[in-house]
Design a protein around this ligand. Structure first.
Ligand code: GZL
Length: 324
């Protein structure tokens, strides 16, 4: 009897062990569960708060995280690259799942992005692009800035069929939007339009006004057109043009980029002639890409955003529905 009991106990123990070890349909210990928005932890290194566009972009990143239940760690670098790099390093140290950032300038990112790669943390470039090897980022989500420049050039040709002398307010020196809008504009600008001066206003209203004051002091009413790389600089320039005694949008035709609410208001007032859209509402696409990246999916090198061009004729009708 005793032997029979021992045999039964042994057999029960054996099958219990085998059953546990069989694997059955439980996942093996090393198969990590898929992340969801609710478990995702994202570190985002934002450039700053230099323009209406940036404010809308930040709102989209923060509000979408809230809506999805994503844990967002967010930093504002006051337009300083060293602050963005420090923020990315802090996210690496905290072991976030994904890092998102909008590189204030194109160069100087390779070291810190290599550190993120070594830590196994995917990086998504949002809005602006950095000049780094493909293996250092999961994808780039942003606009075709060269195309924005091309569109602006075509609009300036339409506004100045007789040609003439124009000036240019360039964005942040070294940034992808400034470099590409500069190049794209020159691809399509007509030969009878001459860019007599081109200076950076760093994408801000204050500096856009300051540089336009200097242009007007140097060239006065020779200037018949202004190309501004963003609406904030154009709005600053509009103030300078009025203070100089000329009519913005009439004496000086103005083409700018972003399509923020301030640009619609300026077009309604007849002071701005065209704004080329650059969509800042990138939050939803960013988190969708972040989740795919953290769950191991290979992403395309570039996910471009859809954009349009807006004119005074329907600015008043469109303004109420503008989200930024
Ligand atoms: C463009 C974005 C630019 C905007 C500016 O994608 O990086 O930066 O055009 C903003 O308004 O400051």
């Amino acid at each position: 009897m005793r032997k029979l009991s021992l045999l039964v106990v042994f057999m029960m123990a054996f099958f219990m062990l085998v059953g546990c070890g069989s694997g059955g349909d439980e996942p093996a210990a090393d198969e990590a569960a898929e992340e969801t928005y609710e478990t995702l932890v994202v570190g985002y290194a934002q450039i700053g708060a230099e323009s209406e566009w940036r404010t809308a972009n930040t709102a989209s990143i923060k509000e979408t995280a809230e809506q999805l239940g994503v844990e967002l760690k967010f930093s504002d670098a006051q337009q300083k690259q060293e602050n963005q790099i420090a923020a990315i390093r802090s996210y690496i140290a905290e072991g976030v799942d994904v890092i998102g950032f909008s590189p204030v300038v194109e160069t100087g990112w390779e070291t810190v992005l290599q550190e993120a790669k070594d830590a196994g943390i995917p990086v998504i470039m949002v809005d602006r692009r950095a000049d780094v090897p493909r293996e250092l980022y999961a994808t780039y989500l942003g606009s075709d800035f060269v195309e924005e420049g091309r569109k602006a050039g075509n609009e300036m040709n339409t506004l100045l069929p007789e040609g003439g002398k124009i000036v240019e307010l360039v964005g942040t020196v070294g940034s992808a939007p400034a470099n590409d809008r500069y190049d794209g504009f020159r691809e399509t600008l007509a030969d009878n339009i001459e860019i007599i001066d081109s200076q950076s206003g760093d994408f801000t209203r204050a500096q856009g006004k300051e540089v336009m004051e200097a242009f007007l002091k140097n060239y006065g009413d020779e200037i018949v057109g202004l190309y501004a790389h963003n609406d904030d600089m154009a709005i600053g320039a509009i103030q300078a043009i009025e203070e100089f005694g000329l009519k913005p949008g009439v004496d000086i035709k103005i083409v700018s980029v972003d399509a923020v609410r301030g640009a619609f208001e300026a077009m309604i007032a007849g002071k701005l002639n065209v704004t080329v859209e650059c969509n800042p509402l990138l939050g939803p696409q960013f988190y969708e890409l972040a989740l795919r990246a953290v769950n191991g999916e290979e992403l395309p090198e570039w996910v471009p955003s859809e954009e349009s061009v807006y004119y005074p004729e329907n600015a008043a009708e469109l303004l109420p529905e503008r989200k930024y």
